[in-house]
Design a binder for this molecule. Structure first.
Ligand code: PRE
Length: 381
C-alpha cells in the first residue's frame, strides 16, 4: 500500500475516535448532573483503576498496554475536568476560607514585623512596602515572626522567600506549611552586598568575615579571591554588622547592606561584592488572615501527591486545561518520609476566577492536603 492509502485508513479510524470521544464526553456530562444531584465526588479512583486494568487486558503487547493506559488516563482526566467545570457553573465550589477585601493598601495603623535587627534587608524591604513611618520592630527568628503573626501581636510579617542568585529560603517555605498564616503581598528588593568593617580597618587587616549564609553565597566569587578569610554564618547580615561594631576588632568584616554600615557606624571597605549584578531578593508579606483583593493576580499553593507514576503530571494538568499560567514550582522534603516531597506552585490568577476555582477543585480532589498559601498582587517595578 502507498502512504496515501494508509493515511486514508488512519483518517477513517480517527473519524470514529473523534465521534466516540464526543459521545463519551456527552455521557460524562450526564454523570456530572448525577453527581451534582447526589453530591458524589467527581474523582472515583477505584472506577478509574478498574477501567485501566480492563483496557490493558484487552490489548496484547507491553508496548500497547502502556499506550492504552496513557490514552485512557488522558481521556478520564479530560472527563473529570469537564465535570468540575459543570459543578463550578452550578455554583458548587470548594469553599475556600479566603475573604475578599477592598484593599490591603491601607497600611497605616498596622504593626509590622521583620526578622533581624535594624539595617537588615528585611527591614529595608518592609519600609519600601509599607512606607517609612510604619510602626515596626524586628524579631529574632523566622519562627518568631510566624508565631507573632499567629498570635495577632502584629498584623503583618515581612520575610525573604527567594534570592535570584542563591535560590529559595527553605525556612520560609517550611514555616508556611507549619503555620496557618497567609501571603498577602510580595516585594522585590535589589541586594547590593558590601564589605563592612571598623573605621580603622584596611582590606589587608581582615581575617574573618561574618554574614548570613545567603550573603556568603551571593559573594562566593569575591570571597574566593580571599581564601585566607574565615567565613562565619550568623542569623542575618545586619547581625553580622552589629557584631563587627560591638567587637571593634579591625580583623573582622561583615557582608551586609550599605544601610547597615550607616546604622552601625561602620566603614564600607568594598561596595557591590555580590557576583550577580541583578542580585535581588523576593520578600513575602504574611498575615494571619486569609484575605485577598480583586487586584490579586498571583496564587501560591502547596500539596503532596501519592508516590505513584503520573500523579504530579495529572495534578499539573489542571493548570494546563484551565488555561492557567504556572510561574514557579518548588519541592521540599517531607519530614520523616525520605525522598518524598511537598510541591509548592505559584500561578497567575485570582481566587474569584472560574478557571482558578476549577483548577483548585480538581487539585483538591486529586492531591493530598492542598493548601492555598495566598492570593496577592504580583510585584511590579
Ligand atoms: O464513572 C464515573 O463516575 C465518571 O465520572 C466517569 C469517569 C470516566 O470518564 O470514565 C470520570 C471520572 C471518574 O473518576 C471516573 C470515571
Amino acid at each position: 500500500m502507498d502512504l496515501k492509502e494508509l493515511r486514508k485508513e488512519i483518517d477513517e479510524i480517527d473519524t470514529q475516535l473523534v465521534t466516540l470521544y464526543e459521545k463519551r464526553m456527552k455521557i460524562s456530562e450526564e454523570v456530572a448532573k448525577y453527581k451534582i444531584n447526589t453530591g458524589k465526588p467527581v474523582f472515583d479512583k477505584e472506577r478509574e483503576n478498574a477501567k485501566l486494568d480492563w483496557v490493558k487486558s484487552q490489548v496484547h503487547s507491553e508496548f500497547t498496554k502502556h499506550g492504552i493506559e496513557e490514552l485512557f488516563l488522558q481521556i478520564m482526566s479530560m472527563s473529570r475536568k469537564l465535570q468540575y467545570q459543570l459543578l463550578n457553573k452550578n455554583g458548587i465550589q470548594d469553599k475556600t476560607s479566603f475573604r475578599l477585601i477592598d484593599t490591603i493598601e491601607n497600611k497605616k495603623d498596622k504593626k509590622v514585623i521583620f526578622q533581624g535587627v535594624p539595617g537588615s534587608y528585611s527591614q529595608i524591604a518592609m519600609l519600601e512596602y509599607f512606607g517609612e513611618d510604619v510602626d515596626n520592630y524586628g524579631v529574632e527568628t523566622f519562627k518568631d515572626a510566624m508565631e507573632t503573626i499567629k498570635n495577632q501581636a502584629a498584623d503583618y510579617a515581612v520575610l525573604p522567600i527567594e534570592n535570584s542568585s542563591a535560590g529559595i529560603v527553605n525556612m520560609s517555605y517550611d514555616l508556611l506549611v507549619e503555620y496557618d498564616n497567609y501571603i498577602v503581598g510580595e516585594h522585590i528588593l535589589r541586594i547590593d552586598q558590601a564589605l563592612l568593617a571598623t573605621k580603622d580597618a584596611k582590606i589587608e587587616d581582615i581575617k574573618t568575615v561574618y554574614s548570613h549564609p545567603q550573603g556568603l553565597m551571593q559573594c562566593a566569587k569575591y570571597l574566593d579571591q580571599h581564601r585566607d578569610w574565615k567565613q562565619i554564618s550568623l542569623q542575618n547580615t545586619a547581625a553580622s554588622a552589629l557584631k563587627v561594631r560591638e567587637d571593634q576588632d579591625k580583623t573582622q568584616a561583615a557582608i551586609a547592606s550599605i544601610k547597615a554600615a550607616e546604622t552601625y557606624d561602620l566603614q564600607v571597605l568594598q561596595e557591590a561584592i555580590n557576583f550577580s549584578d541583578t542580585n535581588s531578593t523576593r520578600f513575602m508579606v504574611v498575615s494571619h488572615e486569609p484575605i485577598f483583593t480583586i487586584k490579586a493576580d498571583k496564587v501560591s499553593v502547596c500539596f503532596e501527591v501519592a508516590h505513584e507514576s503520573g500523579t504530579l503530571y495529572n495534578a499539573l494538568a489542571h493548570f494546563i486545561y484551565n488555561g492557567i499560567n504556572m510561574t514557579k514550582i518548588e519541592s521540599r522534603p517531607l519530614e520523616g518520609r525520605p525522598w518524598e516531597y511537598r510541591f509548592f506552585v505559584d500561578f497567575e490568577g485570582n481566587l474569584n476566577d472560574g478557571s482558578v476555582q476549577n483548577a483548585l477543585m480538581g487539585l483538591k480532589a486529586e492531591t493530598i492536603d492542598l493548601r492555598i498559601l495566598g492570593n496577592y498582587k504580583k510585584y511590579e517595578e
